[in-house]
Ligand binder design. Sequence first.
Ligand code: ATP
Length: 265
Amino acid sequence: PLQKIELESILPQQKWNDIGGYEHIKKKIKQVIEWPIIKHETYKKLGVEPSSGILLYGPSGCGKTLMVRALVTESHMNVICIDGPKIYSKYLGDTEKTIRDLFKRARQIIPCIIFIDELDSIASKREWDCNNSNGVNERVLSTLLNEMDGIQDLKQVFIIGCTNKPDQIDDALLRPGRFDQLIYVELPNELERLNILQIISKKVLFNNDINLNKLSKKTNLFTGADLENLIRESGLYALRENILSTKIYNKHIELILKNKIKTLK
Ligand code: ATP
């Protein structure tokens, strides 16, 4: 069995089925990353180069990180996590060295996924950086580009970047062979919100006056994280009302929802 090696942060276990909605995105991620490993020979016979990088972008709280966690958990591949802002250092050469070391490690533990969260913090467009600290960003970016080109031939190291600011990512990173699969993880639609609420409802005790269909209709513009938060706050409210309470009632959700919708407007 593969040994799971995680650096920089721990990725908790996650199952694909516990992510509500986004079926097309889940399928696409599995195709891009898992197929080249499982169907290695088919790719070779066809002479088709698999992609080596996915960029997941979109609003915060829509499940980008969850999807990477599910991929890692269910594919049993190794993972190296890079938290963009955390590895960024102003000291000469520090960030570049960290990136080189992490890619080197990834090459030693194939098949491996390199997950870069908040990619924009280490790969912003060169024009954004004219006032930047002594060209650090420029050097970090070129190290990243070099390393990404270096893993292309291996075909067993994949890189997934996440960002809420895709317009700030340098174009050079989006060329073929780098992050060539761009996947937009948008706000969940009504059906997706229902799926997410159904998943959340397995973890809490709802009274039977709660109608998830109606709730998903009323939560337009809510992200998965907003829905999770809505239910959590409703639960806390139920407890404040009665510390012995064992269930969340519709009235608790309605009250919290009213305030949240006001803030969203
Ligand atoms: P950021 O860009 O800020 O990192 P993100 O898109 O990576 O955000 P996640 O960290 O994956 O968002 O999601 C935050 C939390 O919201 C999750 O831990 C989960 O509780 C909940 N959540 C978000 N989307 C979903 C979903 N589709 N299904 C179930 N829970 C979800």
